[in-house]
Design a protein around this ligand. Structure first.
Ligand code: AKB
Length: 320
């Protein structure tokens, strides 16, 4: 039986992924772990929540022992923009947290570890269009550096200890439940909230910025599908490219204008422009498609319709 600990369960992806796991494995079998941020009522009411900081190895090991954990999902990370403001914090959370997760999983002989990676592993010298699975990994952000090191570390634990470690390179994830925090791709979420609330948005990257993106339902599906894939059939483990859509900010704004015709956008690029410019436009995800059947469902307009509907309803109820 699976007993799963989700570290970083309060964050943008963790909060929705925990609830998704609870639907599949049962609420009591999925323990939500969080560090500082207060969990939402929805998360708290859906199953057990504990304080668990992966940077504190003893606390992590105690939690795993107490709850008989055999799978760890490590969603905790300091993202690209915050990482550039505080590189040492990014190193500490992303690297020390990860090595503790891997060591505890090895010591407890766990069934599986899931550790997401990111398109931040790529850098300015990586081919930008349809970025291959195997390519140059020379990121220029601390977040990217920790994600490359994390992929290598995860693969090391697979090869050296036979530990089942899996991961995928998330593009920018767009969602309407929990706001993202500290990422460069956060503009692609904020734009929808501002479109509903004020019919205008000031974007911190320029109009031509094009990045790989994915809607949350596809992100949840990709992550579950990878967790459930037959490990013996995987040639890659912790570094799968996963694509869904790729659009410029102009195209994103045009998609919103189809439903809110008087929506206005202006541009005031800041330090995050440089980060966005170092990442690909789109990724080649044929390895994920071949090895575990990855296939996204949402394109830009389908996502825009859903985002505006959900955020619009929240706005009417006074929730945002
Ligand atoms: C970020 O912008 O830092 C993240 C990511 C692409 O991993 N959303």
């Amino acid at each position: 039986m699976e007993k799963i600990l989700v570290i970083g369960s309060v964050g943008q992806i963790g909060s929705e992924f925990t609830i998704e796991l609870r639907k599949i494995y049962g609420a009591e079998n999925v323990i939500a772990g969080g560090r500082k941020t207060k969990p939402s009522e929805k998360l708290l009411n859906s199953g057990p929540f504990i304080i668990c900081d992966a940077v504190d190895k003893n606390q992590l090991a105690e939690a795993c022992k107490k709850h008989n954990i055999n799978i760890i999902v490590n969603m905790a990370a300091i993202l690209s923009a915050t990482g550039e403001q505080n590189p040492m914090l990014a190193w500490d959370v992303n690297m020390n947290g990860l090595i503790n997760v891997l060591e505890v999983a090895r010591e407890f002989k766990m069934k599986q570890v899931l550790v997401p990676s990111s398109i931040a592993v790529f850098g300015p010298s990586t081919p930008v269009d349809n970025t291959p699975q195997e390519t140059v990994l020379k990121p220029t952000t601390m977040y990217g550096v920790t994600k490359v090191a994390g992929e290598l570390l995860a693969d090391y634990y697979v090869a050296k200890y036979g530990l089942d470690v899996r991961g995928l390179r998330y593009p920018g994830i767009i969602s309407n439940e929990t706001l993202p925090g500290g990422g460069t791709t956060d503009y692609a979420v904020a734009i929808y909230y501002e479109a509903i609330k004020n019919k205008k948005y000031t974007c911190f990257v320029n109009e031509g910025t094009r990045l790989p993106m994915m809607y949350m339902p596809d992100c949840l599906k990709a992550t579950i599908d990878l967790m459930q894939a037959d490990f013996s059939k995987l040639k890659h483990h912790s570094d799968f490219n996963v694509g869904a859509m790729s659009f410029s900010v102009t195209e994103l704004a045009a998609s919103i204008k189809k439903y809110i015709p008087d929506f206005q956008i202006k541009y005031e690029p800041d330090y995050r422009q440089k980060i966005a410019d170092s990442w690909p436009n789109s990724v080649d995800d044929s390895a994920a498609r071949k090895e575990w059947g990855w296939k996204p469902s949402y394109d830009l307009d389908a996502m825009t319709q859903d985002m505006l509907k959900v955020i619009g309803e929240k706005y009417k109820k006074g929730l945002i």
